[in-house]
Design a protein around this ligand. Sequence first.
Ligand code: TYM
Length: 338
Amino acid sequence: MEQKATESKPVIVSGIQPSGQLALGNYVGAMKNWVKLQADYFGIYIVVDLHAITVRQNPAELRQRALSFAAQYIAAGIDPEKNIIFMQSHVPQHSELAWILNCNTYMGELNRMTQFKDKSTKHEDNINSGLYTYPSLMAADILLYQADLVPVGHDQKQHLELTRTLAQRFNHYYSPTFKVPEPYIAASGARIMSLQDPTKKMSKSDDNPNNYIALLDEPSVILKKIKRAVTDSGTSVTYDAKNRPGLANLLTIYSVLGEMAIDDVITQYDGKGFGVLKEDLGNLIVNYLTPFQRKYKELMSEKNYLESILKESAAKAQHIAQRTLSKVHRKVGFVQFK
Ligand code: TYM
């Protein structure tokens, strides 16, 4: 009954790669919106481990990190009774649909993907075909569940556009099969920048941990990282993302976590100097993350509970995904037995 009730709601699909450490950018750009939207949507939240191995991972660390990410989804406020949270590798339909979508994706389209270009520059010794065809797998993640909405940060916009193109192409060539999903990219916070180089986005797998706040950073570490964040000189507080990107980034984080308009944050701190703003922002983040970190520790000490959620969710996901995949098999002309 519960499953029916939730499934009658519009569907959200989103995911995060278990690489590096979950960072404030991921929270502000994506997870916070998952939590905000969950009252009105049935949420499908995936730890996308298949995506993570497009770059080299240490197996033991990957295993531990994937579980930790699932616990962090729940600790952030995703209710596992009302949504499903699972490992992408536990639902084989993702790889199966990805293959079929790959056969409908043009190399010219994949060549244009900026994430592929960035990652192949960063991992020159391992430019593998998985990294290249990654966007078709992401499209499969979304289209399998007939998603209505995909809440992501700004850097995923291009992948979302390709997902929509692939859905439309398939629907047109075969017949209507996939819902064409809408991106949900918040007006503020969809691109949180690196703390030391605010012209680059904050990345959870940055080699320099001072560039990001990990959601599991100790309070003293958070305070230190914000204190050291790059801002330009001057005391006037203005929002100018182009010329004062460091300050604009801090104001954005303050505004999203403090639920205040940027203009109000500016009014509050203008003339007080950046030291005060940084100290208050550091404390705001620490206070924000304290209950999250507490809940996370509890969950990690109840591994059986976490495992049961992941197992049940994967079974539900397989069920939904198979409905779409069977339809796709029929449409493309694969033999099916009753
Ligand atoms: P990933 O793992 O790089 O990032 C996870 C989510 O966090 C957002 N994000 C940010 N938002 C704001 N500021 C930042 N600095 C920042 N850095 C990351 C990302 O936009 C993303 O929403 N391909 C995806 C994962 C994925 C996926 C999916 C997402 C796989 N399948 C299906 C949605 C639906 C990725 O690499 O995200």
